[in-house]
Design a protein. Structure first.
Length: 641
């Protein structure tokens, strides 16, 4: 293979990514804005950390329709996890606990999903089939997720090409993980069952930055409908990455799009370095066929150890295992990702599958450090007949877990002779990733026998199509043409008030700049003041802008008026005051000028600013600022003559 070595993230170029054959695709999960959950009638979108009861479950794999087990399900079963569900009676019913059959699919959720499929230019299905997708990590109490496909073979324009949309799915969301320590994993069930769509793209992105750009485009397209949830956890990205000679690896649950470039860079580096590791092993004569290793209980070697981690484990009656990896000397410190070595790949596998979650959970001979004495290393090597060209790994924990951990060390080391294992990996905060589980295969999907097929009629699709927003790129070009400030265009295009903007700009002939500022910036300003902006709905904003159109209020009074509406809870009509008459304005100007008569200012411009400030305090929104400034200026000039 090529001797190319990954440069630092900032120095990599598109040509460098082309050399390694980098390609990536997305699986984006986006919650839909519905009142009910997907397959029951519980309310959607109510989050709470409080709970009324806990349920304990153990998950077991089941055979597929072809009589086969899914590899991920078997891996999860090896962990022997206890799953705890914390239940709030206001958000969960017996359906979620698999005690009653599902309701028919939520029609609102289906309409939203079909509409988004059309925006993706998908071929829409004419019949909906519900499937069950196994999840034995415990994130769904039933052990499976109900899911369906609503559209396939779509595309969106990007640069000089199209990004293919492989499929658009509609499914129920999973639980929120609270903790995962040892053999116990705990979930909150408040998110469970919320309808979400899964957008799956082809691996058409050629650099890490392209992945993030496409993710932003897809985010803006779905948000342009105004029918998806926003905020923390409402959207999550899974990113698929591979390089030439590697395999598809899924980075799971990326919470923020800006993190995608560094995460995908590190995964590309990891795969490339694992392929280089395979080549080095082959050079040493180590292949999948010649690979050799052995493991043994070596607890007796450490009876008097001063290494606190093992000393503490032995005090609790735990066991120490040693693993000999033939010919692996110096390869456990082989770099995989930024500041990460191959030994971390092994440690992650031991942590997840053997549930040895207290770190460090292993030490190895390629980086002995000060953990063990020289005598302890020599004794351990002798016990396992470790040669000068071999590597030794030591793990500890409860006997069954330590033994399983030793087995996983051997399994992961042997996989290095093959190259890049197909895995689901966890996004870490530093931009690297860690092992989460084996990548699921097709055997985890099977038809759902509780729900019949559902016909999708042409009439239904046409009804939905008639209400779709303009394509977001078209909408943004129009905003630019009519003078919407450049820094507001993208925010406005995905705003739930985009349709209101269109009415104001087209039908009411209001200034596009003014309306966009009111709809995008004003809610942010009001939120900073601690006001309940969630009450600032389209009806209120439309009424305020209509008051401007009808001359009942001037633009200078819009923000203070909205502030009063939110702070007082009164309706708009109660707060709208009549415009200032010519006489009232003239009298106010006289009063202001007189009040400033004996005050000293740096110049007339400074006097003018202060006078205008006093006028606006009294008449903001009830007089037009430009006209008032002109009258004030004329009055001041008259006084000087």
């Amino acid at each position: 293979m090529s001797e190319f070595v990954f440069k630092p993230f900032e120095e990599m170029t598109p040509e460098d990514y082309a050399v390694v054959g980098f390609k990536s695709g997305l699986e984006i999960h986006q919650q839909l804005l519905t009142e009910k959950k997907l397959f029951c009638r519980c309310p959607a979108g109510r989050y709470s950390t409080t709970y009324d009861a806990e349920i304990l479950r153990h998950m077991r794999p089941t055979l597929s329709e072809l009589g086969e087990y899914d590899g991920t399900a078997l891996m999860e079963f090896k962990t022997k996890k206890e799953i705890i569900y914390r239940i709030n009676r206001d958000t969960v019913c017996t359906y979620e606990m698999d005690d009653t059959p599902p309701f028919m699919i939520d029609e609102d959720a289906l309409d939203i999903a079909l509409g988004i499929g059309m925006l993706y230019d998908c071929i829409m299905v004419d019949e909906l089939h519900i499937a069950r997708k196994q999840y034995l990590d415990g994130s769904i109490p039933t052990g499976f997720q109900r899911t369906t496909i609503v559209g396939v073979d779509g595309k969106i324009p990007y640069k000089d090409r199209f990004i293919r949309i492989v499929q658009l799915g509609l499914e129920e969301d999973a639980c929120r993980e609270v903790s995962d320590v040892g053999h116990r994993r705990t979930y909150l069930t408040d998110r469970l069952g919320i309808p979400l769509i899964e957008t799956v793209t082809a691996p058409d992105m050629k650099t890490p930055h392209e992945v993030a750009e496409v993710a932003q485009m897809l985010r803006r397209i779905v948000r342009s409908t105004g029918k998806v949830r926003t905020g923390t956890g409402a959207a999550r990205e899974d990113v698929n990455v591979s390089v030439t000679g590697g395999t598809r690896v899924e980075i799971k649950g990326v919470p923020r799009i800006p993190r995608i470039p560094l995460l995908t860079y590190n995964e590309g580096m990891r795969q490339w370095n694992l392929l280089r590791l395979r080549a080095e092993l082959a050079r040493r004569g180590i292949t999948a066929q010649t690979f050799a290793a052995a493991s043994e209980d070596i607890t007796k070697v450490f009876r008097k150890t001063q290494f606190l981690s093992i000393q503490s484990a032995l005090a609790k009656g735990m066991t120490v295992y040693g693993v000999r990896l033939n010919g692996f000397k110096d390869l456990l410190r082989w770099q995989t990702q930024t500041n990460t070595t191959f030994s971390q790949e092994i440690s992650d596998r031991v942590r997840v599958i053997a549930c040895l979650t207290t770190l460090p959970n292993m030490v190895h001979s390629d980086s002995p450090g000060e953990a063990l004495t020289s005598a302890e290393w020599q004794m351990a090597k002798k016990t396992l007949n470790t040669g000068d060209e071999d590597a030794l790994v030591i793990v500890w924990g409860p006997e069954a877990d330590a033994k399983l951990g030793a087995q996983e060390v051997i399994i992961r080391a042997k996989e290095a002779t093959i190259g890049v294992p197909s895995e689901t990996r966890q996004a870490l905060k530093d931009g690297t990733n860690g092992f989460e589980r084996i990548l699921p295969g097709p055997n985890r999907m099977y038809p759902d026998t509780d729900l019949p097929p559902k016909s999708i009629t042409t009439e239904r699709l046409e009804r939905i199509r008639a209400k779709l927003p303009p394509y977001i790129m078209t909408r943004e070009r129009w905003y630019k043409e009519i003078g919407v400030p450049a820094d507001l265009i993208q925010f406005l295009s995905v705003s739930p008030f985009a349709n209101l903007f269109e009415r104001c700009a087209n039908d009411w002939d209001l200034s596009p700049k003014l309306v966009s500022v009111v709809l995008v910036q004003y809610p942010k300003r009001l939120k900073k003041k601690g006001l309940p902006v969630e009450k600032l709905n389209e009806e209120t904003l439309e009424a305020v802008l209509k008051a401007v159109k009808e001359g009942k209020i001037f633009k200078e009074g819009l923000l203070p008026l909205l502030e009063q509406v939110l702070a007082s809870g009164k309706n708009l009509d109660e707060l709208l005051l009549p415009k200032a008459t010519e006489r009232e304005l003239r009298e106010s100007i006289e009063q202001v000028v007189m009040s400033l008569k004996n005050r000293k200012f740096a110049g007339e411009e400074s006097r003018m600013r202060r006078a205008m400030g006093l006028l606006m305090e009294k008449w903001r929104g009830r007089m037009e600022g430009t006209a008032a400034a002109l009258k004030l200026s004329l009055f001041l000039k008259e006084g000087q003559q």
